[in-house]
Design a protein. Structure first.
Length: 209
């Protein structure tokens, strides 16, 4: 069996913060900082291997065991419901999942509400729990445009600073759930590489205290 622990990091700004935490916790891999476009890096002495993947793909790599552990946003975990263990809240990448709409929006409960979102499952679960009938319009980005152009009544999307909403005359109508980055593990890896994964988890937990 591969004795290395394979770690999927979300490519981008959040991923760099995540790597810094791993590095400070004693799981450094200096070659990752070299200016090139490589995607896989290892530290043979520590027997760890990092790879950069699209943030929304981390959970797939971990669920299928291509990565033993990884860091994914709670938004992705709620949306795709991957069969993985959630080990730790890293307390970074904080934002919230919210319903937003035009400042003047009032819900008319006699009509089906149209909701534009990248997070169809989260939106469906949320409105289902409220017993509100909705029609979901699945989009892949720039969700804020939908209510402005009349494509939808409201949106379900991530709000971080709120600047995007404000600059488009939209506002948060309801907060669905707070979001942050989570350390996740493949279920089989967690059993077979338990000692090492627990060591990593503990050192990171210490580091973010
Ligand atoms: C996300 C989200 C909002 C924005 C919120 O978009 O979908 O558009 O960030 O951030 P704010 O509250 O700080 O303005 P992202 O940049 O991920 O691009 P997207 O259009 O592909 O969703």
């Amino acid at each position: 069996m591969d004795r290395f622990v394979n770690i999927a990091l979300p490519k981008g700004r959040l991923g760099e913060k995540v790597y810094d935490i791993f590095e400070k916790a004693g799981w450094e891999c200096p070659s990752i900082k070299e200016p090139n476009r490589k995607l896989i890096f290892e530290n043979a002495e520590k027997q760890i291997r990092y790879f950069w993947v699209k943030p929304s793909d981390v959970a797939i790599y971990v669920e299928r065991g291509a990565a033993d552990i990884g860091v994914a946003g709670k938004d992705i975990l709620l949306e795709y419901e991957p069969d993985v263990f959630e080990l730790l809240d890293l307390g970074i990448g904080k934002c919230r999942m919210a319903v937003a709409g035009p400042v003047s929006f009032r819900d008319d409960c006699t009509r089906t509400l149209t909701v534009a979102t990248k997070f169809s499952n989260i939106a469906a679960n949320y409105y289902n729990s409220k017993g509100r009938d909705i029609d979901i319009i699945h989009l892949n980005g720039s969700i804020e445009i939908a209510p402005i152009l009349g494509l939808s009544d409201v949106i379900v999307d991530i709000v971080e600073t709120g600047a995007t909403l404000k600059e488009n005359n939209l506002e948060v109508l309801e907060t669905i759930v707070p979001i942050s980055a989570r350390l996740i593990a493949n279920k089989a890896s967690f059993r077979f590489k338990s000692e090492k994964i627990e060591k990593i988890t503990e050192s990171i937990s210490e580091e973010i205290k």
